[in-house]
Design a protein. Structure first.
Lengths: 382, 507
């Protein structure tokens, strides 16, 4: 008896989910159109029925959102939708991929309703939706990050995940990936928000990272399966990152870049915004410094974020402790000569006045002690 | 009615003895060349005939067959024409039998009977000498070049009638100096060196202490050097000054180098190239231009012209990937093998490679780069890891701080390099290599031994830097050179660490 009930219940939910996914999967479906449809017909099944009926109301509801498009075109679009909407296929996809469909009307929908233009339907894959519980921190930044930026993002992800925050980011190369890695290292919950379909791995070199995020947290998106990476989708995706997060941290960002868009959305949605200060010489820090000039909170320590979340921890978490090793005077001089910024051996030779052999000895010592790393022809302070 | 004249033709950068056999018989007048002549060889009929007639000699209206032996390979160029003409004269009795015994004949003919120079004279004379022809008739214009070959009696001629007269002992052979007077000091700089090499000096370079050191080590040990940095920081400026610190060529090297350049016609009249060549091909160069090639007559490429000298590749990343990949084998073997349907040629290619590259498409310093990661990744892929691994010295070049001082002038550096090179020449005396860079990995134990402390440091470097096998060997060879520059026999840990610091992980 109860088994039958559960089945019926499950079928009911799946029916809603499948209808929602079927709507998402329609050609030329945009977040705005989907939102309009589901506001008019809060149950996706009703919306599907309306589309199948070629209800004139469908055309009207959609045109209200994009008045520039003429009525005949819109009617033709709805006609096409009515021919292609396929709930059964959506149902099969959900069963196969175990995709979780979250409607804005659901109780466990993770985005507060004060966010304008929040997605009407979120698709998620990975562990359970419990991953949305608890504080969420977005860590975003440029793809062209420096070694130090990557290390900061990783440490930040690790420290905040360790404190119990989910780490939201965009799965991109650079800061995004480093933040996810940090969360994974701490055994925390990464939430990767993608601009493509959930079945598309972009960038492709992150295939392993996608698998690990699925296993430990969630991949979230609003686009239909099979949606390819298109440049226009990334800024749209960034609003979800900002909306999902309770606090947004920008680690390294160029002046014009996706991270700046996420930061603007965060301000629009009234999320606390942190930016990590950087050197004026570092173009990857210019965006952060500009945000600071505009009034973002400077992030000097991971615990600053916890404070903003109201998570009063007894101890400051801090960055990974610097290796406190005893090194020679020459090695110390090399670290000082870097001044916290990458330098070539040539520059260090000139600044320290060491002869090449002594410099080579000192640099090897610094690398052994973990004070400097050698990469791309530069020595980077750790 | 049979005559045979010894001459030689080019096979790659080497001379190859050719016996020109002439048979004149009764029958319908005809002229046939057999024995794989190229187009120029087949055209020889018109030139030989016109030259004979212009010289007041008779063209036999009989059946003439010219055979170029051995028949196995294609004879190229027109350098056999004088031999053909002489053979015809010999066959019809215009010349006494036996007058050409022990004499080789080289030269191209003009329609007026003049004898014109042939490319690669040095290689050709060398081949004749090797085969036992100690007297060689050469075009007067090539006399001084031919005289560079030791133990050869050079018989220069200006015209066909002059040759005939000399062979008939009606005239005495002119001396090389008569026909091609030694030019005075106005001869210009030797080919292959920068025309303004005199004006270059390392003292012009401000700062870049480590880069200059890397250049010195590269020059001393023959280690390939890659300089990576944004435009305008002085990469090219430093690299071009390598010519000012390389020692003079050894006599046999000088002969090799001159021979190679003579083949492509780049040696000014008979000057022995004693300075190491410096070649700087443009990045649009084709694979054949760089490594050598060509179907009918394979020509040496830039890497062979840089033999015993420097090949400078500016904007390494802009060279076609196929070109860079084709260079990998010669970089390893110091010889390039060109295989064609008819033959396989080996061109020497033992050169010092110095290359410059921008770190990324935007050209800014690594720390200031704003390149899109995808574009950057594509740019970096152009320089394949196997190629980068072959650079023993890899330096990142950054803009020097403002107040940096120039270092030692070229003369001082050159003296240090010469000392290190002399040490290597003595150490590798009788072995098939001369520089530390060329020591086979298996012989490092003999020539670059490490004591217990040094070998621990070496292993630590290999571990820490995760070096490949080649990388590990390289660090040891460079350390050997650093020790040689310091004038010491034993490699100590600081040499290894310095070698390591000059082999950076470039972008």
């Amino acid at each position: 008896m109860s088994a039958v009930d559960v089945t019926a219940d499950a079928t009911g939910t799946t029916g809603t989910d499948a209808a929602a996914l079927a709507l998402v999967s329609l050609a030329s479906m945009t977040p705005a159109r989907l939102d309009a449809l589901l506001r008019a017909w809060p149950d996706p099944r009703d919306a599907v029925a309306a589309v199948l009926d070629r209800d004139r109301a469908v055309t009207d509801v959609i045109r209200a959102r994009s008045p520039a498009t003429g009525a005949p075109e819109m009617a033709a679009l709805v006609d096409r939708w009515s021919e292609t909407v396929d709930v059964a296929a959506a149902e099969r996809t959900i069963a196969r991929r175990r995709t979780q469909v979250v409607l804005a009307t659901d109780a466990h929908y993770p985005i507060r309703d004060d966010v304008p233009r929040r997605p009407a339907v979120l698709l998620a894959e990975g562990t359970t939706l419990d991953a949305f519980c608890g504080p969420r921190v977005a860590i975003v930044g440029t793809r062209a990050a420096t070694l130090q930026g990557l290390d900061d993002a990783r440490q930040l992800g690790r420290a905040l995940a360790d404190a119990g925050c989910s780490i939201v980011s965009g799965m991109a190369i650079g800061i995004d990936a480093a933040a996810h890695e940090g969360a994974l290292e701490a055994g925390g919950v990464p939430i990767g928000v993608v601009a493509t379909g959930l079945d598309v791995v972009y960038p492709r070199r992150h295939r392993a990272l996608f698998d690990r995020v699925r296993a430990a947290g969630l991949l979230v998106g609003e686009s239909a399966f099979g949606t390819k990476p298109e440049p226009t989708r990334f800024p749209v995706r960034n609003r979800i990152i900002a909306a999902l997060a309770d606090v947004v941290v920008v680690v390294e960002a160029t002046v014009k870049g996706g991270a700046r868009i996420t930061a603007e959305r965060a301000l629009e949605y009234d999320r606390p915004l942190f930016a990590m200060p950087g050197s004026r010489r570092n173009p990857a820090a210019a965006g952060c410094n500009a945000l600071l000039a505009d009034g973002a909170h400077p992030l000097l320590d991971p615990s600053d974020v916890l404070l903003a979340l109201g998570m009063t921890e007894g101890s400051r978490r801090g960055w990974a402790p610097r290796p406190s090793v005893h090194v020679s005077v020459d090695a110390q001089a090399c670290v000082r000569a870097c001044g916290g910024e990458p330098a070539t051996a040539d520059q260090l030779a000139a600044r320290t006045g060491l002869d090449p052999a002594a410099l080579a000895r000192a640099l090897a010592e610094c690398q052994r002690a973990g004070l400097l790393t050698q990469s791309r022809g530069f020595l980077w302070p750790v | 009615m049979l005559a045979s004249v010894r001459s030689a033709t080019l096979l790659g950068v080497d001379g190859q003895l050719v016996a020109v056999e002439i048979h004149v018989s009764n029958g319908l007048p005809a002229y046939n060349v057999v024995g794989l002549p190229d187009a120029a060889g087949r055209e020889s009929r018109e030139r030989v005939r016109a030259a004979l007639l212009s010289s007041g000699l008779e063209w036999p209206m009989r059946r003439i067959t010219v055979n170029l032996a051995p028949g196995g390979f294609r004879k190229t160029g027109s350098g056999l024409e004088l031999a053909v003409a002489t053979g015809v004269l010999l066959a019809v009795g215009e010349l006494p039998q036996g007058c050409l015994d022990g004499i080789g004949v080289l030269g191209e003919l003009g329609l007026d009977g003049s004898v014109r120079p042939v490319p690669g004279t040095l290689a050709l004379v060398h081949a004749l000498r090797r085969e036992g022809y100690g007297r060689v008739v050469v075009p007067a214009a090539n006399a001084r070049e031919a005289a560079l070959v030791a133990g050869v009696d050079v018989l220069p001629v200006r015209t066909l009638p002059e040759l005939r007269a000399c062979l008939k002992s009606e005239l005495s052979w002119p001396s090389p100096d008569d026909v091609a007077p030694r030019r005075g000091s106005g001869a210009g700089p030797p080919a292959g060196t920068d025309s303004d090499a005199e004006a270059l000096d390392l003292v012009d370079v401000r700062g870049l202490k480590e880069v200059r050191l890397a250049l010195e080590i590269a020059a001393a040990g023959g280690h390939h050097l890659l300089l990576v940095g944004p435009p305008g920081v002085g990469k090219t400026m430093v690299a071009r000054r390598v010519v000012t610190i390389l020692p003079d060529l050894l006599p046999e090297e000088a002969l090799d180098v001159t021979r190679i350049h003579s083949v492509v016609g780049e040696v000014p009249d008979g000057v022995l190239m004693t300075r190491p060549p410096f070649r700087a091909p443009h990045h649009t160069a084709s694979s054949a231009a760089i490594v050598g090639g060509g179907s009918v007559r394979p020509r040496p490429g830039e890497i062979t012209l840089a033999h015993c000298g420097t090949l400078f590749m500016d904007e390494l990343g802009e060279f076609a990937p196929a070109v860079l990949d084709a260079m990998r084998q010669p970089l390893e073997e110091r010889v390039v093998r060109i295989s064609r349907q008819s033959s396989t040629l080996a061109f020497p290619a033992d050169f010092l490679l110095i290359a410059c590259s921008n770190p990324c498409p935007c050209g800014r310093a690594v720390t200031e780069c704003t390149c899109d990661p995808g574009r950057l990744a594509r740019y970096r892929r152009r320089l394949s890891a196997p190629l980068l691994d072959r650079f023993e010295l890899r330096m990142s070049v950054a803009r020097p701080d403002a107040d940096e001082q120039p270092g030692d002038p070229s003369a001082v550096v050159a003296a240090r390099v010469a000392r290190a090179v002399a040490r290597q020449r003595a150490r590798y005396d009788g072995l098939p290599w001369r520089r530390n860079a060329a020591v086979p990995a298996g012989r490092l134990r003999d020539f670059a031994p490490l004591d217990r402390v040094a070998s621990e440091v070496w292993r630590e470097i290999v571990r820490r830097r995760q070096l490949t096998g080649r990388g590990a060997v390289t660090v040891r060879k460079v350390a050997r050179t650093i020790a040689d520059l310091a004038g010491v026999d034993d490699i100590d840990p600081s040499h290894l660490l310095l070698a390591e610091s000059l082999r950076q992980d470039t972008p």
